[in-house]
Design a protein around this ligand. Structure first.
Ligand code: MRU
Length: 352
């Protein structure tokens, strides 16, 4: 069952990629038009657009923008494809952890290489494919929502971490898509949203989008989850993912691992909601997932203000890896994958 979310995070409009500027939410709602490859690189790197599926689509649009730029000066197809590959590699280097970026850019490059016809025809095909991937993202999220809603206990309070909502995708969301679909069936469900330091995606983005949809949401700080679990106030956890290894180990926003350990201790089901494009079958385990190291300022400052001693040491990994043993199930557009994940993931890809 689909609960309509009004948010469209990224959209191809008149040969530009239009996206919601997530750096200024929830204070201001503004869209920006990204017109060049370089602008797209920085939109992803600086997190104007963020969330694994959304940056995948941003990458796909980025390749379309590169093709438009290059086709203005290059007519030779081989030279065009060589230069396009350089731009694609540049786009892929904007953020390292979310594999959807590499997946979407590679898909565009495969299409460019396989398209018969001249430079103009390749460019047209890339634009069309970017729009297709954009539309498919919403459909995939709604399918995940339907599957996920089946395992939400009646009247549950669901804990989520970071933002895996409409804002992290083209629309509807992965983890928040499950919540939206569950809420459409059972309006007695409630959400606890972790604040998600350091960038506060939970506080700034998740509460912003869920309250707009009228879904009852309580904001808690990251250290509170065990306390509420011990009080019997949380019945389920659902989070998104940035990269899932072939054995089910899952990278997601820093702090997710802590939530998973707490959920295991309290016997609370812990679900990942992610499309198959987030699963990287080329890597065996989470040990191989590259973890983004982000700026120290994200930790030392809140809203531009220093919050600690000026000479303290800082370390700021953007993601952690939850071992597959802590995961109850992975909700995908092909159904809910269960342990052992090595087998269920392999089967999901066989039928894909
Ligand atoms: O650093 P971000 O904001 O891009 O991190 C996002 C997350 O970790 C999300 O939870 C993840 O991408 C899943 S999005 C559907």
């Amino acid at each position: 069952m689909a609960f309509e979310s009004k948010i469209k995070t990224i959209e191809w409009v008149d040969n530009v990629s239009r996206m919601i500027d997530q750096t200024i939410l929830p204070y201001e709602f503004k869209t920006v038009d990204i017109k060049t490859t370089k602008e797209m690189y920085y939109a992803i790197k600086d997190m104007i657009v963020r969330g694994a599926p959304a940056i995948g689509i941003a990458g796909a649009h980025g390749v379309s923008l590169s093709a438009i730029e290059l086709s203005k000066t290059i007519n030779d197809k081989n030279e065009f494809l060589t230069e396009l590959q350089k731009q694609a590699d540049y786009l892929k280097s904007s953020r390292p952890t979310a594999v959807n970026l590499m997946w979407a850019v590679d898909k565009q490059m495969q299409l460019a290489k396989n398209t018969q016809g001249d430079v103009k025809e390749i460019t047209k095909a890339l634009i069309e494919n970017g729009i297709k991937l954009e539309n498919e993202d919403i459909e995939i999220n709604k399918k995940m929502g339907d599957y996920g809603a089946e395992v939400v206990p009646k009247g549950a309070t669901i804990l989520t971490h970071c933002n895996a909502g409409a804002l992290a995708t083209v629309g509807y969301g992965t983890a928040l898509g499950v919540i939206r679909s569950a809420y459409a069936k059972d309006p007695t469900i409630k959400v606890f949203a972790d604040e998600t330091r350091p960038r506060q995606q939970g506080a700034r983005l998740t509460t912003w989008e869920l309250t707009q949809d009228g879904i009852p949401t309580t904001l808690i700080t990251d250290g509170m989850c065990s306390y509420f679990m011990s009080k019997g106030m949380i019945q389920m956890v659902v989070v998104g993912a940035d990269r899932i290894a072939a054995n089910g180990d899952t990278a997601n926003k820093i702090g997710t691992y802590t939530v998973a350990i707490a959920a295991k201790y309290h016997n609370i089901p812990f679900y990942i909601a992610a499309p198959l494009s987030t699963i990287d079958t080329s890597i065996k385990s989470g040990k191989e997932i590259p973890i983004e190291e982000r700026s120290h300022e994200e930790v030392t400052h809140i809203n531009g203000d220093w919050i600690c001693a000026k000479d303290v040491n800082i370390i700021n990994p953007g993601f952690d890896v939850t071992p597959h043993e802590l995961i109850t199930g992975i909700i995908t557009e092909k159904g809910i994958l269960k342990p052992d994940f090595e087998t269920s993931i392999r089967k999901a890809f066989l039928n894909n």
